[in-house]
Design a binder for this molecule. Structure first.
Ligand SMILES: NC(=O)c1ccc[n+]([C@@H]2O[C@H](COP(=O)([O-])OP(=O)(O)OC[C@H]3O[C@@H](n4cnc5c(N)ncnc54)[C@H](OP(=O)(O)O)[C@@H]3O)[C@@H](O)[C@H]2O)c1
Length: 300
């Protein structure tokens, strides 16, 4: 079986992205072969493309989440069969028409979730759940960048836990943040003063999803001295009090969000869908840093 794979032989702007056809090796034991229907795009894909992150040798492939249909499976196992609709996450290889994934990484796709939503769940969901695992018990939370892929579900998980939550976004996304259940604040000049007005007491924790110096300074002022201050942005921070957080893959965490979306308790916003053939413009848009909810590649 052949797969069309997104690949780059050098670092750079989206025009380094190409497609290559590859004949797949026989399926390994313990794996399933998936015809991909949708695959979310994350900032990490574009940041690897530019060379900001050099996680792999060139040429490199992309994509960390997917949803699709099993077309071949290790028949020695009883759980999964050809035709099952699944979603999940893996290394940097899901921006391809057919992929092989370990069975241990599969989650059943609920029937009532469409492909674009299913294909964009795994990365942001597991990142958001990791953030709460690392913060421990908190009653108030400040989120920097609440309207993107990770922020949208962080806000809703906080609401689910009964946490008092304030989230920053651009003025265009204030109503969206409020709809998700947080108090919205516009980021930019005067942020700390606006936060003090809206939330006169200090927060138990903050999480930075934007990587700005402004987020660091606001956290240092607005979070209790023994509180948790984290960042997932993977950028240099000016204070050692801001702790880096890295996503941990965890199927139970992913299932929690998938079930919540399926039952209508969480809203999952897909604001941009691109045919797989238009990956260059999808990567270009995600580099702008203003995705509302998620961006997704759609496959035939
Ligand atoms: N450490 C990890 O394991 C891990 C995992 C996942 C993601 N990440 C990183 O975390 C970051 C967020 O990921 P994501 O998928 O949520 O990104 P995303 O979907 O692109 O969202 C980014 C959000 O940041 C907001 N933003 C832009 N400029 C801002 C500013 N100056 N101050 C505050 N917010 C601002 C945007 O809101 P507006 O549109 O309203 O401006 C946008 O909604 C990325 O850097 C990504 O690479 C790290």
């Amino acid at each position: 079986m052949k797969s069309t794979i997104l690949i780059a032989h050098e670092y750079g702007a989206p025009d380094v992205l190409e497609y290559t056809q590859q004949t797949l090796q026989p399926l390994a034991l313990g794996n399933a072969r998936i015809q991909v229907k949708a695959a979310g795009i994350n900032p990490i894909d574009a940041r690897r493309m530019t060379g900001e992150f050099k996680h792999a040798a060139l040429p490199q492939t992309f994509g960390t989440e997917y949803a699709g249909i099993i077309v071949e499976v290790d028949e020695t196992q009883p759980t999964w069969k050809v035709g099952d609709e699944v979603l999940g996450s893996g290394g940097a290889f899901t921006h391809a028409s057919v992929i092989d994934v370990p069975l241990a990484n599969l989650v059943k796709k609920p029937q009532n979730i469409d492909w674009a939503v299913a294909g964009s769940l795994a990365g942001a969901a597991q990142t958001a759940m990791t953030i709460f695992d690392e913060m421990g018990d908190i009653q108030s939370l400040l989120v920097h960048g609440g309207s993107g892929g990770v922020g949208s579900i962080v806000v809703q998980l906080a609401v689910e836990k009964g946490i008092d939550i304030v989230a920053t976004a651009s003025s265009a996304n204030q109503a969206y943040i409020e709809k998700l259940g947080a108090t919205a604040v516009v980021y930019g000049d005067g942020l700390i003063e606006r936060l003090k007005q809206i939330h006169p007491t200090q927060f138990d924790a903050s999480i930075d999803l934007s990587g700005t110096e402004e987020a660091t300074q606001a956290a240092l002022v607005m979070v209790k001295s023994d509180g948790f201050m984290g960042t997932i942005a993977g950028k240099k921070v000016s204070s050692t009090q801001i702790r880096p957080v890295w996503v941990k893959r965890n199927l139970a965490n992913l299932q929690h969000v998938v079930t919540g979306v399926s039952e209508g308790r969480f809203h999952w916003q897909v604001s941009r869908e691109y045919p797989f053939e238009q990956a260059q413009s999808a990567y270009s848009d995600i580099l702008s840093g203003h995705t509302k909810g998620k961006s997704v590649l759609i496959f035939d």
